[in-house]
Design a protein around this ligand. Sequence first.
Ligand code: COA
Length: 561
Amino acid sequence: MSEQEIKVPDLGGADEVEVIELLVSEGDSVEAEDPILTVETDKASVELPSPGAGKIIKLTVKVGDKVKEGDVVGTMESSGDSGGDAGKEGSGTEDSGGESEPKAEEKPESKQEDETESKPAPKKKSGGSRKETVLVPPLDGMENVPVIEINVSEGDTIEADDALVTVESDKASMEIPSPFGGKVVKVLVAEGDKLSEGDKLLELTVAGDDGDEQDEQDDAPEADSGKSEEPEAKADEKEQDKEPAPQSQGSVYEPPSPGAKVHAGPAVRKLARELGADLTRIKGAGPKGRILKDDVQAYVKSQLQQAQQGSSVATGSGIPGVKLPDFSQFGDIQKEAMSRMMAVTAANMQRSWLNVPHVTQFEDADITDMEAFRKSQKAAGEKKGVKMTPLPFLLKACATALAELPQFNVSLDMERKEVIRKQYIHIGIAVDTPNGLMVPVIRDVDKKGLWELAAESAELAQKARDKKLKPAEMQGACFTITSLGGIGGTAFTPIVNAPEVAILGVSKAAMKPVWDGSEFQPRLMLPLSLSYDHRAVNGADAARFTSLLGQLLGDIRTLLL
Ligand code: COA
């Protein structure tokens, strides 16, 4: 047992690089070549391998620190086992002197001329292209290691160090990087195949230009063509440098995209496999979208939370999106961006629909007498400058029903398993505007008279159409009325405006024959559609609510009681 410093090896010409991920913790036992930390230059990311087998005693760097060749990043207690497999790979740690810098051929960014014989030396040509068969490099002493993932397909253009396949032993998983950039001609292995050093992996057409094929790639991230052949030296898919580093955490649901490549190191892949996390669903917060351990952990945590909280299903997690065909194949189309309001409304509708187990209760209210009274108030309304529509009666009837059946005036807190009972009666009215649906709220409906409600609802509807509503005027509703009566329809199933637990849809009143016990009478019937959250309200109470509305609207004198 001897203590040795862990030093940053030759970084292939990079002066100073940033530590972007610590892959081990103090106290961890590591094998020779296990990745210790990941550093990133502006061109590439590299996992720095352990100089030998042993135990990490101390890490002296943290994420964000800048390091350069020769810097000490930690110390480890060597198990004296470093001359084994690691020696085979030339890890450089077999020197008991503790000099940890790896030999040239296993440095993460070692030059072309340092490459070992484990792959055929590229035939250097000026111009033109050549075919290369990529062989399996030394696998840290392991043999017959199963392929668990093929990361490239025939026809893919890849760059040096792109992960070709991922293999996994019972001890570790590792990606085998490509020694060259080029085009994949043929993949010679399949998932499940068992690989050993020297096996043929795939055939590549390599653009030849003094051996420096990378210079021909537009955005080649490496300046030199020679790359480490260490299986764990790289995990980047640099052709994936397509999106800026996302700000969001890994818990964000990402629909899996078939064939999408994952930007993550072997340690992260291993963690994801252990936790059963699908990396294609995780958005990386690291540079260039690289998935970090934290992202995997955050994703798993969010999935667990969602599984535990029924309410989280509301986010739509796990629900596959609707695939759109190319509509232009059927005829001319035009595309336009959704307005913000439409996008917000769509998200709210979806959230409510997914969260709330909806049931709709229908009822016809006989408003013959109510309408006669309303019409009788026309002259009075003109004097007041207020138009009396059926809406104020509906507001008043709903306020009375909410007071009588308070289970409709609640919200559910599923996380805390609480029912929040409201001691006030504020009702939202859905208003159709040229910009979309808006829902201003009338406060204390139970305390207001019909004229006051008529004036206030007309004023709020006008403000909504003029885009003059203040946010406070759209908050605090206990219940919503959505009236399509002025437009038409016989019934509909409105979506509950969660976290409210019920909404009344009103359709167009129509004269209908109603049996009075001895004969049919022509009566003006108003169709009501009450959608409710079946977690908060049972069906019998819903039927009580709508029949109470029927009674109240059928004899508006009862609204005074
Ligand atoms: N049956 C028959 N006629 C009705 C009626 C009903 N249920 N409700 C209203 N009317 C009549 C009114 O009496 C009025 O007629 P009149 O001028 O002859 O008196 C006419 O329809 C227009 O009324 P309206 O201006 O719509 O007033 P209102 O107070 O009934 O409704 C709003 C006000 C804001 C609710 C309404 O204008 C609105 O925007 N409705 C659409 C709501 C919506 O889009 N919901 C969809 C949610 S998904």
